[in-house]
Design a protein around this ligand. Sequence first.
Ligand SMILES: [Zn+2]
Length: 473
Amino acid sequence: MKKQQITLLVLLAFLVTQCNIVQSQESNIQVLKGATIHDGDGNSISNGIIIVKDDRIEAIGGPGIDVPPNGQVIDLSGKFITPGLVDAHVHFFQTAFFDSRPDAGDVRDTLSYIEVQAYQRNNPERYFEAYLRSGITAVYDVGGFNWSIDLQKTAENNLNAPHVAAAGALITPASEERISTFNTPNEKTMQHLASEEQGRKVVQENSLNGSTGIKIWSMRPDDPAFIKKIRAVADEVEKQDNKLIVHSTALDQAKLALELNAKLLVHSVQNVEVDQEFIDLMKSNGTVYTPTLIVGRGYYNTYRAILGEEFIMNDPNNTIDAKTRNMLENASLFQKFFNVGSLENSVARFESILDQREKLMAINLKKLYDAGALIAVGTDAGNPGTVHGISIYDEMEAMQRAGISAKDLIVMATKNGAVAMDRSNDFGTLATGKMADLIVLESDPAEDIKNMRSISHVMRGGLLRKASEPFEK
Ligand SMILES: [Zn+2]
């Protein structure tokens, strides 16, 4: 080696060492000081301290805890901290408009479903940002194209994304004809359950791809042939060490789901009041219930926007991407795809159905809550009118109106969401060793869950950012 090269190497080594020194002096320790902390496990600490080292919580406690001298102190006096929120029911393949739900409003002549799906696949970043800047540091995609499974890996170490769990393609008793609008020529988001063998094969494939859950889109408890097939699916789910997620909106469907050991019910029971048998099964199975109270109203609001009403988006931090905002604000441009007279009639009918349904969903939620069942917050974001990110505030407020205390809602929106995602060891509560995923609020969410809207900062993996500032592109 030439003398010149050796000198260069020594110089480089010296620079590298210097960089290390600079880094350690600058400190990878942050001390969040002075806020009221709600830890996600039902406990609160006044004038609290959270010590964050790199991407983990090193310590948490009251003003008396040891604070390392080299930490960067961030004064949060008068503010509030909770764990990052978890939306336990989202769909990355859905846009919050009819272009991704042609079964509910066919606008394919203008917005081709195939092109929309190619875009969804290639551009999840806008939703990642909307989630994080709304305070949501983890989401559960409970059904979609199999590319959503890949998001689990790409999002995990990306500080511009929430943690993602994903189920991939759904299994359904619905006919091929009914589900054809959801699939593209190359890929399926829905798999018709044709036989026991085929059902097992889908479970095996999804599990091999790394899916976190196998979602069944609706149950047919009155159909013995279906029951035989779904039992095989449930059996295969156990064999693959995966877990069953079920869309069931009627009590007999939900009971069948629980009998098959479903671990997550992604909607409310909304046809009748739940009974003791159901409540007992929920509790003995440890099944998580996400009531999705607002998604129906989202459809209603989007239909009304088609008819010319304003679509209201309460988004002070400007988290909604331009494409989504544009579609919802200009929904009436798609009126030509609808028969206005019959849409007006069906919207009026839909409203009375919704009123009824929402009352029943609230009663059932309260019953499960009073009985101590496991409840998490899920929005069904991506469905028409349920925008990725901010919809979580509407959902939590609807749950509060159903009779859930704000204090318990914090636990449902954090810890219980992590339970639904099987990520309790990593996040969901603020405790030593957990990931440093948290949010800072101006007003106390334990007083009124509406105060979740007062979010000022989000920390994901130790990186603290203002909720109002768009991410650098
Ligand atoms: Zn859904």
